[in-house]
Design a protein around this ligand. Sequence first.
Ligand SMILES: *Cc1c(COP(=O)(O)O)cnc(C)c1O
Ligand SMILES: *[C@@H]1O[C@H](CO)[C@@H](O)[C@H](O)[C@H]1NC(C)=O
Length: 311
Amino acid sequence: MASGMCASIVMLMTLVPAGGHMVSTTDCYRKTRMFIENFLPKMGISVTVIDPADVDGLEAALNKNKVSLFFTESPTNPFLRCVDIERVSKLCHSKGALVCIDGTFATPLNQKALALGADLVLHSATKFIGGHNDVLAGCISGPEKLITEIRTLHHILGGTLNPNAAYLIIRGMKTLHLRVQQQNSTALRMVQVLEAHPRVRRVYYPGLPSHPEHEIAKQQMTGFGGVVSFEVDGDLMTTIKFVDALKIPYIATSFGGCESMVDQPAIMSYWDLSQAERRKYGIEDNLVRFSFGVEDFEDLKADVLQALETI
Ligand SMILES: *Cc1c(COP(=O)(O)O)cnc(C)c1O
Ligand SMILES: *[C@@H]1O[C@H](CO)[C@@H](O)[C@H](O)[C@H]1NC(C)=O
């Protein structure tokens, strides 16, 4: 499909009937949340939003409503929360609800959501799958019956991938396994450095024992991916200073490519919200999302350390 957003919107519009109910999770790619909160209600669709670990909340929602779909990221953006895919799939299936996992942060190499029991898995191929920060695409996989229904609406809406983009995706995918291995390893080594650093308050990464779903992540992922979020010791301006002092990463909102990228959600993806509004989503002024690329680990480490020294 033409983008990851195209994949998730076509999937949602196909699988949740007008007047229906779905369940999603709190931490989430912002545009997906905007579609679910602002556009699905126009079709009379209501939503229960649960914490990614709140299986009891999911069960209560399933008992209370006729739920068509549970749709969540795992890991989520930007806090890398993980959902126990096997457990929620069993639970949803026992109540007749479908499960779709947005696996963009995991990549299809680090997590196989379909094998864990999900009905559908989608990815923004703009990120790791394309891998070169030069193309937009999305994809969705699952059983033929569901995909046929989704494809029908996809062709009606017209969000097809153009041939040049398709070529870039095929070309990028040839090195997916090499890039992911390096990004897994760099991120896992960097979080140890960050967590031990006095200028870093908190690190969010499923590979860390301090992560709330570390045990689940270990069971369902073979690597934890290249994206790490952390809070530096300071306010909005200190954090801007830290980000500006970094020399290797591009300052941009995407992730998953060969080039490292750094994002300060408070002034980028969430720039239009007040501090109080951002806080409802847990986005603090000092939050940084770092996507580790394929550069040399020692170079990245030295860059992050020198930038932390400036604050
Ligand atoms: C980027 C992203 C999307 C949207 O993908 P695009 O290809 O940019 O449209 C959806 N979900 C997640 C988790 C993402 O990171
Ligand atoms: C990701 O990296 C980890 C740690 O280096 C490794 O154990 C895992 O196999 C990697 N996964 C892939 C798909 O490369």
